[in-house]
Design a protein around this ligand. Structure first.
Ligand code: ZN
Length: 502
């Protein structure tokens, strides 16, 4: 993600703006050292031998658990008792009324014996739930949809949940950033920007990057309206004056990266960029515009080839961006990054094109194991901006730019990138001092080892999740030296260190 305000060198949004949510994110940290508890999603419902009467649905007890998948910064997010393999989101959307009717089909495997299953979900109204085709009881409270299958689920076995729901999806508050995220309606454009914790405001999910899954989106809209999503457009079915746009994403994705983009758009293929990139490039552009109307965008394929050379093969089947109004930022939704239209017209467009593209490796293919390690996403994507500058203007100019920026952060009183405040996860230090951390590593181990570290890390954790210790372990194994002092100084200590002599 890049915030437009940040790019305009505005100070990060003030701490007072965030104070209202501070308590929410810090009061429930009693289990800071609690590892993932695979029993937490099993219910307090007694495993009664009498059970429900056949044909009746059994309402579960109210949610008694507050422990999620084990993220210190988001204690309620995610659920550890099962693993989702695939989401199918059947969405019937009325753009005029901004109203959604939906069925989410969730294919998962139980990791423990489960009397109940919890999904993260809020804001929209659930009308029915089925488990393996049988009606199931449910309660919705505290951002949890608690489902009681007619029969308990057995550890190691697969199951399928269908959730029918409807409502008007809306922007929602985040515990981690002081502006609304999730479903956005801006004029006649509708799109989703859900990082970090708003996926469950528009579909029921195991809403944490630790449980990645593949996706099918079937978006039913009136004829003339375009509906895009992550992945590849595999079908477009007409149905009584409406069109169902079917998108498939075959690579596992963290829930916060799931998106739809609905409205007056065009899907624009860029064959020249695809040839340079070696993968299909398709964009979702405001109707009537082409790649040529967004100067800088014509370099997207070249940028992809450049990063693939440095980071290893591009991890997904295709790429492109969607340009929308009113986002105030850019966000690296998997295979379909979102860009604010004003940002796409600004002098920063190329920097942010590289930034969001770099996230496809670092953040999307290699996901976070915990949100406090957000520098693994943003520091890496920000460093890619400097790599592009190095490519365009040479190493000396890049070094000068980094040195100047380092001095501007020295004494600025920011938290170190490895310990961001839970209520201001995307602060400038995470991006810029996070990127400097990688530069310090590069100066310490040399270019050859440095890029081998990045490639090995990207390859080792493809389609998985990683933590800061995972990255340090890769770096140390390739460099052959202990690096804990370096990472401690850059990621944890409050003072921004001096760069080592390269
Ligand atoms: Zn970013």
């Amino acid at each position: 993600m890049r915030r437009y305000a940040m790019l305009l060198a505005a100070l990060a949004l003030s701490a007072t703006a965030c104070s209202g949510v501070t308590g929410d994110t810090t009061t429930t940290s009693a289990s800071t050292t609690t590892p993932v508890d695979t029993t937490a999603s099993t219910s307090r419902v007694p495993s009664s031998t009498t059970g429900p009467s056949a044909g009746l649905t059994r309402p579960p007890d109210p949610p008694a658990r507050t422990v999620g998948i084990g993220d210190e910064y988001f204690p309620q997010l995610g659920n550890p008792g099962y693993d989702v393999e695939h989401y199918t989101l059947d969405l019937v959307f009325d753009p005029e009324a901004a109203r959604l009717g939906a069925v989410a089909t969730i294919e998962a495997t139980a990791l423990a014996d489960l009397d109940t299953v919890n999904l993260d979900f809020t804001d929209l109204t659930v009308s029915a739930v089925f488990v393996d085709g049988a009606a199931a009881g449910f309660t919705a409270a505290d951002e949890e949809l608690t489902i009681a299958p007619a029969a308990p689920l057995v550890a190691g076995e697969g199951f399928v949940i269908d959730v029918e729901y409807s409502g008007t999806p809306q922007s929602t508050e985040s515990a981690a950033i002081p502006f609304g995220i999730g479903w956005q309606t801006v004029g006649n454009q509708h799109y989703v920007a859900a990082e970090p914790d708003a996926a469950h405001s528009w579909f029921p999910a195991n809403d944490h990057p630790l449980d990645k899954a593949t996706y099918t989106f079937r978006i039913n809209v009136p004829e003339g309206v375009v509906a895009a999503a992550n992945g590849t457009l595999v079908d477009r079915l007409t149905d009584l004056g409406r069109v169902i746009w079917v998108w498939e994403l075959d690579s596992p994705m963290a829930s916060y990266l799931a998106t739809v983009v609905i409205g007056d758009f065009e899907i624009v293929e860029d064959p020249a960029a695809a040839e340079a990139a070696g993968v299909p490039i398709r964009h979702v552009l405001p109707v009537g515009t082409t790649v040529a109307d967004w100067p800088g965008l014509e370099r997207q394929g070249e940028m992809l080839a450049f990063l693939a050379e440095l980071f290893g093969p591009y991890p997904f089947d295709n790429y492109g961006i969607a340009i929308v109004d009113g986002l105030g930022a850019a966000l690296e939704n998997q295979t379909l990054s979102l860009f604010d239209s004003n940002l796409a017209r600004s002098a920063y467009f190329e920097d942010v094109l590289i930034h969001e593209l770099a996230h496809q490796w670092f953040g999307n293919s290699v996901s976070l194991g915990q949100w406090s390690d957000i520098w693994l996403n943003e520091g890496f994507a920000s460093y890619a901006e400097w790599l592009w500058i190095e490519n365009e203007r040479g190493r000396d100019q890049m070094e000068q730019l980094i040195a100047t920026e380092r001095d501007s952060y020295d004494g600025a009183g920011l938290t170190a990138p490895g310990v961001p405040p839970a209520f201001d996860l995307f602060n400038r230090s995470v991006y810029r001092v996070g990127a400097m951390t990688l530069h310090a590593l590069r100066l310490t181990v040399g270019d050859q080892a440095f890029f081998e570290i990045l490639r090995t890390y990207a390859m080792t954790f493809t389609d998985q999740s990683a933590t800061t210790p995972d990255f340090i372990a890769v770096a140390e194994s390739i460099a052959g030296v202990a690096l804990d002092d370096l990472f401690e100084a850059w990621l944890i200590e409050p003072k921004v260190p001096e760069f080592p002599n390269g």
